[in-house]
Ligand binder design. Structure first.
Ligand code: PLP
Length: 395
């Protein structure tokens, strides 16, 4: 039988049938620990000789179900949940890198990921080189014998830069098959793009965003092959970060995933309409949206974002002051960081999400002072455009 559609899989894959009471939705197993029948059973579970739960930092039924669902949607063998996107990213990085190893990372990343790589792991003997991953000559030049990881976002936060995942994987694995190509798929979501199918080894997510979709959870995931995810679970999360997702968060994400396809269809539709409006708005000097033919990454995006171009846009106005005036004049769009929610959210990356970058690093990463980031919500596009229009009239 042909593979079922994304919406069907988001609702049905990974489900655990409640045989005790027949609940339709997965209950919230709000428990820290699990009872053993006897010492032999406890020992067998710790030794990995018997399946079953031990302690929620090591596993929990509600969390297991959401992990299995996200693994299926990303096309990965396994998935590990975390307490936040940063928990997932740091657990992943500690499972790959160590003293003496090198990470090659794109220079345009979410601000806290940039801080983790530039100021965090470097304190522990990990070398990090920041490059432009969309330039394959830079990628080739950065790979060395101690390189263990190539780390990137596509589309990148906040300038939407597109990187060719298949090309990166080919170059990195051609140099050394053990290099882990890690892609943060938060902006695209598995609905639009599945990096593992393009050759990436690992996908990380801030599930705070599209996967949950309702702005009421902080959570993250790492997806990859079973052996690597076992290491992330038993070393990255269990020993290094302790970044454990709570059962209630898992329940909320399971609820959010049921509507992921319809939400993403609307996010993509709104993203395209609003990007087209911004392209014609005289006060906007540049629009970054992968769906626009004028956008430099469009061709690669069209190849790897197979169902749509998502709901994230960034655009530039002449000055920071104009950007602030615009944000302060909006009535429907909400001034807040985060993204992927039902509400349209707007923010100023240089002073907010990317304030971990110095002014020189912002310039190097392609994040100008006049850049505004917009997460197109699920409202009616005409209403979002009318609100933007009245705010542009103020500047
Ligand atoms: C692309 C990207 N990755 C990771 C994160 C971190 O996720 P969290 O805030 O859930 O820790 C964010 C947060 O905005 C993000 O935008």
């Amino acid at each position: 039988m042909a593979e079922k559609g994304f919406g069907t899989r988001a609702i049905h894959e990974g489900n655990i049938r409640d045989t005790q009471f027949g609940a339709l939705t997965m209950p919230i197993y709000q428990t820290s620990t699990f009872v053993f029948d006897d010492c032999a059973q406890g020992a067998a579970r710790f030794a990995g000789k018997e399946d079953g739960f031990i302690y929620t930092r090591l596993g929990n039924p509600t969390i297991k179900m959401v992990q299995d669902k996200v693994a299926a949607l990303e096309g990965g063998e396994a998935c590990q949940a975390a307490a936040s996107g940063m928990g997932a990213i740091s657990s992943c990085i500690w499972s790959i890198a160590g003293a003496g190893k090198k990470i090659v990372a794109d220079k345009t990343l979410y601000g806290c990921t940039f801080a983790l790589l530039s100021a965090g792991v470097t304190q522990y003997g990990v070398e990090v080189e920041f490059i432009d991953c969309s330039n394959m000559d830079e990628v080739k030049a950065a790979l060395t014998d101690n390189t263990c990881c190539v780390y990137l976002e596509t589309p990148a936060n906040p300038n939407m830069k597109i990187t060719d995942i298949a090309k990166i994987a080919e170059i990195a694995h051609g140099y050394n098959k053990d290099i882990k190509v890690v892609c943060d798929n938060t902006f695209a979501s598995p609905y639009c793009q599945q990096p593992l199918s393009l050759g990436a080894d690992v996908v990380v997510h801030s599930a705070t965003k599209y996967l949950n979709g309702h702005g009421d959870v902080i959570a993250g995931f790492v997806v990859g092959d079973a052996e690597f995810i076992q290491r992330v679970a038993m070393f990255g999360v269990k020993d290094m970060t302790g970044s454990v997702m709570g059962p209630f968060e898992a329940f909320l994400i399971l609820r959010g995933l049921k509507t992921m396809e319809v939400r993403m269809m609307r996010h993509c539709e709104n993203g395209m309409k609003i990007a087209q409006y911004l392209e014609k708005q005289p006060k906007v000097t540049k629009v970054n949206y992968p769906g626009l033919e004028s956008f430099p990454g469009h061709e690669v995006a069209a190849k790897q974002m197979t169902r749509g171009f998502g709901g994230m846009i960034s655009f530039e106005v002449a000055t920071k002051a104009e950007g602030e005036k615009l944000c302060n004049s909006l009535k429907l769009c909400t001034l807040a960081v985060s993204l992927g929610d039902a509400e349209t959210l707007i923010e100023h990356p240089a002073s907010m999400t990317h304030s971990t970058y110095s002014p020189e690093e912002l310039a190097e990463a392609g994040i100008p002072e006049g850049m505004i980031r917009l997460s197109c919500g699920l409202e009616n596009a005409d209403d979002i455009i009318a609100d933007l229009d009245q705010a542009f009239a103020q500047i």
